[in-house]
Write a protein that binds this ligand. Structure first.
Ligand code: CP3
Length: 334
């Protein structure tokens, strides 16, 4: 366990801080766009192990991050439960009608994902860790109920707050399949796991505790039984000070763009490693503004375990040179 990322996730203040970027593989990279153009629809790409493995490795080869994150998507899980999932060019994900009673795991649908994990593990540099991931139940449920992305997410919020008994059935099912999906990635060679709760911030505090924190606790407990040595990173985006409550559950808490790293040093770092949290737009802007902001984050979190990352995913308009420059800033930080 001498990989820098794994040391930091185990609570060590590793310097330079290990770094990787959410959505580090994707449309900002010309080599991704070239491969993407040959593949047809996006889910087919996620389920083609040699192509998905190649895309996983592209950013690591170019920029030398401390971790590769499996190339896949959080919406492979509703697909594996039998709900139709398509990605429409220029629009994003579109899901078929949700029939709660009909949802059940379709055997083998996620096997290509685990095959990809094995392929990547076999060709990663020795010091680079492989992160597997899943969407958190609330965020995946949001896409399943809404049928795609939404500005206000009215249907899922109404269901969660207005019919909690019925909504709990969906969340419970997602907790179960998420545990299986993450454990299978660890079985196949993933060395750390991240749970993306990108839409946690849509809920009021009691809703965050019930639909984000409690499911995360159950997932963490089940994974701890099956894979006690595999650390779990939680990314509850938009929850403000409630992020500190996630520190008691995961090995690491990912901060979103709005979180103050100085606050997190005091409120989170004593209990868990902290990951984050440069504004992805500063990576687009680059130059002195990016450098100043990155150094402030590194400095605020320097006394405890820190994994440098963005506060959300890399934007498609990001110049790749800025990612290279950010890597140098993190590596050369005082
Ligand atoms: O981080 C990585 O590099 C690993 C791969 C990864 C993707 N999606 C690839 C992807 C990961 C970890 C995700 C997670 C994901 N997917 C989340 C949680 C993180 C976040 O960004 O909040 C969410 C909400 C999704 C759902 C999703 N997938 C949406 C809404 C979209 C469409 C919007 C968009 O950015 O295109 C996707 C598509 C998607 N997932 C792409 C990639 C590279 C772009 C697809 C394409 O090439 O056309």
């Amino acid at each position: 366990m001498d990989k820098p990322l794994l040391k930091a996730l185990a609570g060590e203040a590793v310097r330079p801080a290990p770094f990787w970027l959410m959505r580090q593989a994707g449309r900002y990279l010309p080599e991704y766009r070239r491969l993407r153009a040959t593949a047809g629809n996006f889910l087919d790409l996620c389920f083609s192990p040699p192509l998905a493995a190649e895309i996983t490795l592209q950013p690591v080869r170019r920029f030398g991050m401390d971790a590769a994150i499996l190339f896949s998507d959080i919406l492979t899980v509703p697909h594996a439960l039998g709900q139709e999932v398509r990605f429409v060019e220029g629009k994003g994900p579109v899901l078929g009608p949700l029939d709660l009673a009909a949802l059940q795991p379709v055997g083998g649908r996620l096997d290509p994902v685990y095959e990809t994990v094995g392929l990547v593990r076999a060709s990663l540099p020795a010091e680079t860790a492989l992160i597997g991931f899943a969407g958190a139940p609330w965020t995946v449920a949001a896409y399943m109920v809404e049928g795609g992305s939404s500005r206000d997410w009215p249907e899922v919020r109404r269901l969660a707050l207005g019919e909690p008994g019925r909504f709990a059935e969906l969340i419970d099912l997602l907790v179960e399949i998420t545990v299986d999906h993450l454990a299978a990635q660890a079985d196949a060679g993933a060395e750390a796991l991240q749970l993306f709760d990108s839409w946690a911030g849509l809920l009021p505090p009691a809703g965050i505790r019930r639909w984000c924190l409690e499911p995360a606790r159950r997932i963490a407990a089940a994974l701890c039984e099956r894979h006690p040595a595999v650390p779990l990173i939680l990314f509850p985006r938009g929850v403000g000070a409630l992020a500190a409550e996630f520190a008691g559950i995961g090995d690491c808490v990912g901060l979103d763009t709005a979180a103050d790293p100085a606050w997190a040093a005091a409120a989170v770092q004593g209990e868990a490693a902290v990951q984050g949290n440069l504004d992805p737009m500063l990576l687009v802007v680059g130059g002195a503004a990016m450098e100043r902001a990155a150094r402030e984050i590194l400095s605020a979190l320097r006394h405890g375990p820190h994994v440098f990352n963005l506060g959300h995913g890399v934007l498609p308009i990001t110049p790749p040179e800025h990612v290279a420059a950010l890597g140098r800033i993190v590596r050369e930080a005082p």
